[in-house]
Design a protein around this ligand. Structure first.
Ligand code: AMP
Ligand code: MN
Ligand code: MN
Ligand code: MN
Length: 283
């Protein structure tokens, strides 16, 4: 089994990269790809663990795009961690995130929930602050009882305190990832625009924009969703990937490699991904 989607405390997870490598080993995975949001910051420590573990440690990241007026996540799997252009592009994305965070602090103050940059930073072990840390800061200051309530009332995608980031187009994200030697993959499509949305045409559109794979195995899918996306990928000729989206204590009950319990991502998906990495190109 493999797991091609997980996070450390370099973005919105709670484990160190070193611990994640050890957890991958303990879960008897044959490969584990680290995919923190907008950063490769945990990759050097992660790869430094390779001599100590049997699980193959792979490099990735997760970017956010704007698609059909919503946020769509794109995984950049097997990117080159030493690509300077890609690193500076990620730095630009982190700058956009900081701008958004400042605006979100102002918005929350207007809504009667004044928290400070320091309140949010106090909840994170990284300078890359995400809404997960905002939610914890809102709870720590007593504006909500618990962090999930912050997503329900204040900073969830449809809530008054949410400010979207200046996000990439799918075309741009796919090009950036390809130019860094990686494979651009649509992350957890089943989580996009609720359950009623049908992907048939939209996925073909994303494929035309340069997306080459889709995450058909996912820690939080129902069996019917997995089947639907495996079939869709086969019909479109897109590569299939899978992962848990493990975030440590920030997503309780979600286990590395196993998701909510039933996840099993087959080893041969990685062989096909590596073939795609060699032969694929963006359009
Ligand atoms: P950001 O990238 O700062 O906009 O934050 C997005 C992150 O917030 C996601 O990667 C999730 O980890 C988390 N998140 C977004 N919406 C929710 C939600 N409704 N409930 C819990 N966590 C969420
Ligand atoms: Mn996340
Ligand atoms: Mn995601
Ligand atoms: Mn993720």
């Amino acid at each position: 089994m493999i797991d091609l989607h997980c996070h450390t405390l370099h973005s919105d997870g709670t484990d160190t990269p070193e611990r994640l490598a050890l957890l991958g080993e303990a879960a008897h995975l044959s490969a584990l790809c680290l995919t923190d949001h907008d950063t490769l910051g945990g990759i050097p420590q992660f790869l430094a663990m390779q001599p100590q573990v049997k699980v193959r440690l792979l490099v990735g990241t997760e970017l956010s795009c704007r698609f059909l007026g919503q946020s769509l996540h794109v995984l950049g799997l097997l990117v080159d961690p030493d690509d300077a252009v890609f690193q500076s592009r990620l730095e630009d994305l982190r700058g956009r995130r900081e701008d958004r965070n400042q605006r979100m602090l102002l918005r929350l103050a207007e809504l009667g929930c004044p928290i400070t940059q320091q309140d949010v930073q106090a909840q994170a072990d990284t300078p890359l602050l995400s809404r997960v840390h905002f939610a914890m800061a809102l709870a720590a200051r007593g504006f909500v009882r618990r962090a999930p309530e912050a997503f329900e009332r204040l900073i969830g995608d449809d809530c008054p305190g949410f400010v979207p980031r200046d996000e990439l187009s799918p075309t741009e994200a796919a090009r950036w990832i390809r130019e860094a030697g990686g494979v651009p993959v649509v992350a957890h499509p089943g989580r996009f625009i609720g359950g009623g949305f049908r992907w048939d045409d939209a996925m073909a559109d994303l494929q035309r924009q340069g997306l080459e794979g889709l995450e058909a195995y996912y820690g939080e899918y129902r069996a019917s969703e997995q089947k639907y996306f495996v079939t869709l990928a086969a019909r479109l000729g897109m590569v299939v990937t899978g992962g848990s989206d493990y975030h440590g204590a920030n997503k309780p009950g979600l286990r590395l490699g196993r998701g909510r319990g039933g996840l099993q991502v087959p080893d041969d998906l990685l062989d096909r991904l590596e073939t795609q990495q060699r032969i694929g190109r963006y359009h």
